[in-house]
Design a protein around this ligand. Structure first.
Ligand code: PLI
Length: 457
C-alpha cells in the first residue's frame, strides 16, 4: 500500500496555529533568517527535528504517574537499567539528560589532545565534543554514502579501507575509540549493515580499540537490516538489536529519538573502570548514578518507550511514512537523497537551487523559503551547519553535501500532513529561480547554526 495508515488512533490533540505569509516574513527577518530563533508557535508543521518531539503513548503517560523520585535507588532506574541491558546488552548503564551529555562524559574521559575518533559521519554534537578536546573527528563513510543518487542499501556503512588507513596513519595509540552512528543522521539517515558492523568490530578489536555506537536511531537501523539484509527477515527487532550491540563495547544514546521520549539519554559500556570514571564525572555535572539529570518518571517513560520502539507495526509505519514523503517529492522531480532514510527526507539543495553558490548557503535559502511560503520548519545540514574555516588561511571549507532535512517527529503528524509538505515543496520548486542566497552577519565559535544571524544577499 502506498498511503501508510497510522497504526494508532488519536486520544489527545494539540491545536496548531496558522499564520499569514506577511507575519512569517516579519518573524523570519527578526530571527536573522535562522529558523532556530523562531517562536515555535509560529510554525504550522515543524520538521526541524525528530529529537524530543515524539508523541508518547498512553502507556508511557501512565508510566509517568509511577515516577519514584527518590534521590538514590529509584525503582524506575532499575526498570530503565534492565530494559537497556535487555536490548543493548552492556553491563553499565549511566543515565544522562540527553545524548550530548553521554558524549561529553565519554569523550572527556577517554579523548586527549591530538587524538582521532573515526565514525561513519559524526553528528554535529559528537564532532563538537571531540574538537573541544583539540582532537579530530574523522568521517570514514563509504563513498556511496556521499553520493545523493547512489541506491546502495546501506549508505551509512563505514569504509573499512579508510578506517584501516586511519589506524595506520594516526596509530592506534591515538585512537581511543571508533564510533558508528546508527542510522547515519548527517549522511541522510542511512542505515549500517550488520555485515559492516561486524567488519568494523573486527578491525577495532584486532587493534585493541573499543567500538562505541551512537545509537540514537538503533531501532530504525535494525528495521532496515530486517528489510534489506539477507538472513534477517525472520528475526525480531530485539534479536537484531542484541546481535548488533554484541559487536560493540558501548553506546551513547539520545533517548529523544528511538526512546520515544521528550528528554533523556544514556551512556552504556562494558568496561567497569571506564564506567567508574564516568560516574564520578556524572555526579559532578549531571546528578547521582540512578537519575543522571532526569526525574524518576522520565526514566520510566524511556524504559517503556524503548520497548515500544521495537514494535514492528510501529517501525513499518514509521519507515513507510518517511518513504511516502520522499516518493511524493520524487514524483515532482525534486532532488532528494536516495534511498529515503529512516527519520527524515533530505533534499539536495545544490541541485534544487543550482544558481546559489555554496558560500551563499543554498540549503538555508530553501529552509527560509519553506517557512515563508508554507509555515514549515526544516533544517539546513550543509555549509551553515558544517562549514569550517581553515585555521591558517581563514578560508571557508565547505562540506560535500548541501542538504535540507525534513525530519519527521515520531507518531505526531499524519500522512495528510506529509501531503501538505510535498505540495508546498512542489510549488517552491516551480518557482525556485526567484530564491536568493544569504550571508552571515554574526556567528559564534562552535555550532554556529544554532545562533548565527544572516542577511539576504
Ligand atoms: O540532542 P541530543 O543531545 O539528545 O543528542 C545528540 C545526538 C547525537 N547523535 C546523533 C546521531 C544525533 O542525531 C543527535 C541529535 N540529533 C538531533 C538533535 C537532530 O536533530 O538530529
Amino acid at each position: 500500500m502506498k498511503f501508510p495508515a497510522e497504526p494508532f488512533r488519536i486520544k489527545v490533540v494539540e491545536p496548531i496555529k496558522t499564520t499569514t505569509r506577511e507575519e512569517r516574513e516579519q518573524l523570519i527577518k527578526e530571527a536573522g533568517y535562522n529558523i532556530f530563533l523562531l517562536p515555535a508557535d509560529s510554525i504550522f508543521i515543524d520538521l526541524l527535528t525528530d529529537s524530543g518531539t515524539s508523541a508518547m503513548s498512553d502507556n508511557q503517560w501512565a508510566g509517568l504517574m509511577l515516577g519514584d523520585e527518590s534521590y538514590a535507588g529509584s525503582k524506575n532506574y532499575y526498570h530503565f537499567e534492565s530494559v537497556v541491558r535487555e536490548i543493548f546488552g552492556f553491563k553499565n548503564v549511566i543515565p544522562t539528560h540527553q545524548g550530548r551529555v553521554a558524549e561529553n562524559l565519554l569523550f572527556s574521559t577517554v579523548v586527549k589532545e591530538g587524538d582521532v575518533v573515526p565514525n561513519n559521519i559524526h553528528f554535529d554534537t559528537t564532532r563538537a565534543n571531540i574538537e573541544y578536546h583539540n582532537a579530530t573527528a574523522l568521517n570514514c563513510v563509504i563513498d556511496e554514502g556521499l553520493e545523493p543518487d547512489s541506491l546502495h542499501p546501506f549508505k551509512g556503512n563505514v569504509d573499512i579501507n579508510k578506517l584501516e588507513q586511519a589506524i595506520t596513519t594516526y596509530g592506534k595509540e591515538h585512537i581511543p575509540l571508533i564510533m558508528i552512528t546508527i542510522t547515519n543522521n548527517s549522511g541522510g539517515g542511512q542505515p549500517v549493515s550488520m555485515e559492516n558492523i561486524k567488519a568494523v568490530s573486527n578491525v577495532a578489536h584486532k587493534h585493541g580499540i573499543p567500538l562505541f555506537f551512537d545509537a540514537c536511531r538503533f531501532a530504525e537501523n535494525c528495521y532496515f537490516i530486517k528489510e534489506r539484509e539477507e538472513g534477517y527477515a525472520d528475526k525480531s527487532i530485539m534479536e537484531i538489536a542484541n546481535e548488533l550491540f554484541s559487536y560493540g563495547d558501548g553506546a551513547t544514546m539520545s533517548a529523544k529519538k528511538d526512546g520515544l521520549v521528550n528528554i533523556g539519554g544514556f551512556l552504556a559500556m562494558n568496561d567497569n573502570v571506564l564506567a567508574q570514571k564516568v560516574t564520578n564525572m556524572l555526579i559532578l555535572i549531571e546528578g547521582f548514578r540512578t537519575y543522571g539529570g532526569l526525574a524518576g518518571r522520565d526514566l520510566e517513560a524511556i524504559a517503556r518507550g524503548l520497548k515500544e520502539v521495537l514494535n514492528e507495526d510501529y517501525l513499518q509505519f514509521r519507515i513507510q511514512q518517511t518513504r511516502f514523503l520522499g516518493e511524493m517529492l520524487l514524483e515532482q522531480d525534486i532532488p532528494i537523497i536516495q534511498p529515503v532514510g529512516g527519520h527524515a527526507v533530505y533534499i539536495d539543495a545544490k541541485r534544487f537551487l543550482p544558481h546559489i553558490p555554496q558560500r551563499e548557503f543554498p540549503g538555508q535559502a530553501l529552509v527560509v523559503e519553506l517557512y515563508k511560503r508554507a509555515g514549515i520548519r526544516a533544517v539546513e545540514i550543509g555549509s551553515l551547519m558544517f562549514g569550517t574555516k581553515n585555521p591558517k588561511t581563514g578560508k571557508e571549507i565547505y562540506p560535500e553535501l548541501e542538504l535540507v532535512r525534513l525530519a519527521i517527529p515520531r507518531r505526531v503528524y499524519t500522512s495528510m500532513h506529509m501531503q501538505y509538505v510535498s505540495e508546498s515543496l512542489g510549488e517552491i520548486f516551480e518557482d525556485r529561480n526567484h530564491i536568493h542566497g544569504y550571508a552571515i552577519e554574526y556567528e559564534p565559535e562552535f555550532l554556529r547554526h544554532f545562533t548565527a544571524r544572516l542577511k539576504p544577499v
